[in-house]
Design a protein around this ligand. Structure first.
Ligand SMILES: N[C@@H](CCC(=O)N[C@@H](CS)C(=O)NCC(=O)O)C(=O)O
Length: 296
């Protein structure tokens, strides 16, 4: 008899995404998994007669996945939030293609039907009924929950799982808005407001100090222990943008732990590959920003 029937059925439908079942009958569990090979089954605990079966996969053995569609800003695809998602897709070796949307089209249909808030990124997963996710943090949670089957970018359990979320939320609420507003007030705002720019500049320095002090006091290579997680990677696009667009005059070398951490994340092969494309887009965006400033 299969337990948890109301959970099992959706699991079977999404078997590619959630390749496991619980059962107290091994043969039935294997039949439900749809194939005999590549399945490992074990008791959920020594005292239980419940069997947990999981299809084994290697890191990049999700065959026949259709490319995800990742919306980014046109014309350069330089803005930071979509790159957080692209880095995670690269790390998980998931296929994707950029779809670019101009600023003027973000706040109207048909884009608003994808994201009611009219911003990028948006991710569409054609492998899961075209589920459409917006807000970069929610998109990354989705990718980690559904596709990081080997736990390469997250802790599956323990305090580390929850500590990682602290950093994820700090990125979303404590880095993104401050770094983003700095660009707005130094570039696009219709008047120059030195006290506002000073405020966001100070918040950026404070942010750098928070990361630097944490890494120093923990003595770890990454924010949660000595293995990279999705949370470390989420910080990278805005950190990279500091030197080019966000706060070019700021010398970040005084935050040594921070600087070494950024170096470690950037040199991961999947990230380095994506960074080349991001850097080229950022350079184009920088030229555009220079032209905006020249007209002010
Ligand atoms: N909290 C959102 C922020 C998204 C965001 O600010 N996106 C920018 C580009 S990086 C955007 O589309 N801005 C257009 C606008 O604000 O109209 C997320 O993390 O997804």
């Amino acid at each position: 008899m299969v337990c948890l029937p109301n959970i099992i059925n959706p699991l079977i439908m999404l078997e590619r995404l959630y390749p496991y079942v619980f059962s107290n009958d091994l043969a039935e569990a294997q039949a439900l998994m749809g194939e005999e090979s590549g399945i490992r089954c074990r008791r959920t605990s020594p005292s239980s007669n419940m069997t947990f079966c999981k299809r084994q996969r290697q890191a990049n053995t999700m065959p026949n996945l259709q490319p995800f569609v990742l919306y980014a800003s046109a014309p350069f695809a330089a803005s930071a939030n979509p790159w957080k998602v692209a880095f995670i897709l690269e790390e998980l070796e998931l296929p994707y293609q950029f779809e670019k949307i101009h600023e003027a089209d973000k706040k109207q249909q048909p884009f608003l039907s994808l994201n009611p808030n009219g911003k990028v990124p948006v991710l569409i997963d054609p492998n899961n009924n075209n589920i459409t996710i917006w807000e970069s943090g929610a998109i990354i949670d989705y990718l980690i929950d559904v596709y990081d089957i080997q736990h390469t970018l997250h802790y599956a359990s323990g305090p580390e799982k929850h500590l990682t979320r602290c950093w994820e939320h700090f990125q979303m609420s404590g880095q993104g808005p401050y770094f983003g507003q700095m660009v707005w007030y130094t570039t696009f705002h219709h008047e120059t407001l030195p006290s506002v720019i000073e405020r966001y500049g100070n918040e950026i320095k404070r942010f750098l100090g928070v990361i630097d002090a944490h890494l120093g006091s923990q003595g770890t290579e990454y924010l949660v222990g000595d293995r990279v997680t999705y949370a470390d990677i989420m910080f990278l696009p805005y950190c990279k943008g500091l030197a080019t667009i966000i706060y070019p005059e700021l010398d970040t070398s005084q935050w040594q732990n921070y600087t070494a951490w950024i170096g470690r994340i950037s040199s991961r092969p999947a990230i380095a590959r994506a960074l080349k494309i991001m850097d080229a887009a950022v350079l184009q965006h920088k030229e555009y920003i220079a032209s905006v400033l020249a007209q002010k």
